[in-house]
Write a protein that binds this ligand. Structure first.
Ligand code: IPE
Ligand code: IPE
Ligand code: MG
Length: 254
């Protein structure tokens, strides 16, 4: 059985011959939304114009993910390394969550979306934290798509932090080193309780992880496109889902 997109705005119709089966939808899709700066530069615009445009694409992909009944959508929005950027760009990026939520939260609530984050939340500016905390509270009982923003996220930091917490718990609780296994260790990561991503998408032509979900992506299917994030669309997302469905996941078996 195939599904069609009857109602989405089509920004850039590509090949419509590929189909997405209702069965075998990736439960968890993770996206490295890259290329906003280059998109703006190509147009002679400041980099922040690309970030702004990228924000609207987020909404579009959330809608598509909801339509296809993806359970978890994890979006890499700001890495621990992105603090290296010029102050003005960082400040703009830190204002985006509030703007995104101001524009789209009512619709996300209506669509039963739950909002959460991974990363060092306490390291974000207060105004950013407040806007997100409010959205988390307002959507905490929703059981539709989990829209999970990786904000101030770095995978190596996440793993180090987990190791430190495991160490503390071994010293202070019943936990013993012999009990520690992959399943228990996973519970110490920001992604506690979430299934690992099945599909990783990266836009903009770069083929690297940039410190994203190193542990969790161990068996994910990777899908790369040269398209810059502000040009990404539900049609391209559909193509990624289609390609994912052609893959044979073996997990080391035969
Ligand atoms: C991705 O786009 C957004 C963030 C990293 C916040 P970039 O800002 O990295 O855009 P490019 O890669 O420089 O084009
Ligand atoms: C990764 O993109 C981080 C996000 C998309 C938020 P970057 O643009 O920061 O990654 P590099 O610098 O190309 O590796
Ligand atoms: Mg980039």
């Amino acid at each position: 059985m195939s599904m069609k997109f009857p109602f989405f705005r089509t920004k850039k119709v590509t090949d419509d011959s590929f189909k997405v089966e209702e069965t075998n939808i990736p439960r968890h899709v993770a996206i490295i939304m890259d290329g906003n700066g280059r998109w703006a530069k190509k147009r002679g615009l400041p980099r922040i114009a690309g970030h702004k445009e990228g924000m609207n694409v987020v909404k579009e992909i959330v809608k598509a993910a909801t339509y296809y009944k993806v359970e978890i959508l994890t979006l890499y929005a700001f890495s621990t390394e992105n603090w290296k950027r010029p102050k003005s760009e960082v400040e703009f990026l830190m204002k985006l969550p509030k703007e995104f939520l101001h524009t789209y939260l009512p619709e996300l609530i209506e669509k039963n979306v739950r909002i959460d984050t991974i990363g060092e939340f306490d390291g974000l500016p207060i105004h950013t934290k407040e806007a997100i905390q409010n959205a988390k509270e307002q959507t905490k009982d929703n059981d539709g798509l989990l829209l999970n923003f990786a904000l101030n996220y770095g995978s190596r930091f996440e793993i180090m932090r987990a190791i430190k917490q495991v160490y503390t718990d071994i010293e202070e609780t019943e936990l013993t080193i012999d009990q520690l296994d992959e399943e228990i260790f996973s519970e110490y990561l920001y992604t506690q309780g979430l299934s690992d991503p099945d599909l990783l998408i990266r836009t903009s032509g770069e083929q690297r992880l940039s410190n994203f979900l190193l542990w969790q992506l161990a068996y994910a299917e990777f899908w790369f496109t040269d398209v810059l994030w502000p040009d990404f669309s539900e049609e391209i997302f559909k193509k990624a889902l289609h390609d994912y469905q052609q893959r044979k996941r073996r997990y080391g078996g035969i």
